[in-house]
Design a protein around this ligand. Structure first.
Ligand code: PGA
Length: 236
């Protein structure tokens, strides 16, 4: 059964998120689809959504704190208001655009692990590392597990090569299977692929050995496309 996750990034409003979640929930219910679906809206769009049990709402990010003086951040007090117990940690945009260090990421991971959150933990290499071969890629990816307790029960991993995110360039099936099989040998956890996954390629990617689902940005933001993505993977 594939895990299908949508990362809204900085897209959608409170209003459009609510209608997106409602529509996806109704779609899952009326078609009896049992895929595990996770939607990560913006923090401003979190709410008390009524959803089917296999649709979970998660936070794209939060600070490693319950509450306090951290301007611009949210903590578990704000997440608890909406019973959010799922969080994305280590996304490449947080690492490379927002400058989160591995140390900060590990601290955040530990904090949310201790609170029992479901953590979707992202790893992935930039283009120059990919170009230096599989060994270097794996070395880079393994460094992203520094300080991370990979035995944590409530952990889902997402391999997202940085060069494939938002670029329209999907990794080849060979790229995906070689990295996934190596990670899986070391860390036997559900492992999603992310990076330019779309309606047309999601089924093929999710059917690959060692791929347990997909984390999707751009192609998931239009609800019709996201429903089609779920439809295309419902029997995997
Ligand atoms: P993309 O983003 O699907 O737009 O490539 C994936 C992600 O960043 O999770």
């Amino acid at each position: 059964m594939a895990i299908i996750a949508s990362n809204f990034k900085t897209n959608h409003t409170r209003k459009s998120t609510a209608s997106f979640v409602k529509e996806v929930s109704e779609f899952l219910q009326s078609n009896n689809i049992s895929n595990e679906v996770i939607v990560f809206p913006t923090a401003t769009s979190l709410d008390e959504f009524e959803t089917v049990s296999n649709l979970t709402i998660g936070a794209q990010n939060a600070y490693a704190v319950d509450k306090g003086s951290f301007t611009g951040e949210i903590g578990t007090t704000q997440l608890d208001e909406f019973a959010i117990k799922t969080i994305l940690i280590g996304h490449s945009e947080r690492r490379h655009v927002l400058g989160e260090s591995q140390e900060e990421i590990a601290k955040k991971y530990d904090f949310y692990k201790n609170k029992g959150y479901k953590i979707v933990y992202c790893i992935g290499e930039p283009l120059e590392v990919k170009e230096s071969g599989l060994d270097k890629t794996l070395e880079y990816v393994y460094e992203q597990f520094e300080g991370i307790d990979t035995n944590y029960d409530n952990l889902i991993l997402a391999y997202e090569p940085v060069w494939a995110i938002g670029t329209g360039v999907t990794a080849t099936n060979e790229d995906i299977t070689s990295v996934h099989s190596a990670i899986k040998l070391r860390i036997p956890k559900p492992l999603l692929y992310g990076g330019s996954v779309k309606v047309a390629n999601v089924a093929e990617i999710c059917a690959l050995d060692g791929v347990d689902g997909a984390l999707i940005g751009t192609a998931s933001w239009i609800v019709e496309d996201f429903k089609q993505i779920i439809e295309n993977t419902k029997d995997l």
